[in-house]
Write a protein of this length. Structure first.
Length: 81
């Protein structure tokens, strides 16, 4: 997991540093939000994620899986913090 984490951080950092002109050109034709990431990736347990969602008023089955909508909401909540 650490290796994959480091790989993605390297890829994202390299893209932002080495491909600025290309990203700007792409952004003119296909607008997008700049990629946001942490150098040290936040890792949550399933229980921590469920707790964050519950605190935000999202109803979650504690024994079920997170659906796409719940995953997006969790991402938004984490980004806000």
């Amino acid at each position: 997991m650490d290796l994959v984490d480091e790989l993605f951080v390297f890829i994202f950092t390299s893209l932002n540093n080495k491909c600025k002109k290309e990203l700007e050109a792409i952004g003119k034709q296909y607008p997008f939000k700049p990629l946001k990431f942490l150098e040290k990736t936040l890792r949550l347990t399933f229980e921590e994620g469920v707790q964050i969602l519950k605190e935000a008023g999202v109803e979650i089955d504690p024994l079920g899986d997170l659906n796409t909508e719940s995953q997006r909401k969790l991402g938004q909540l984490v980004l806000e913090k």
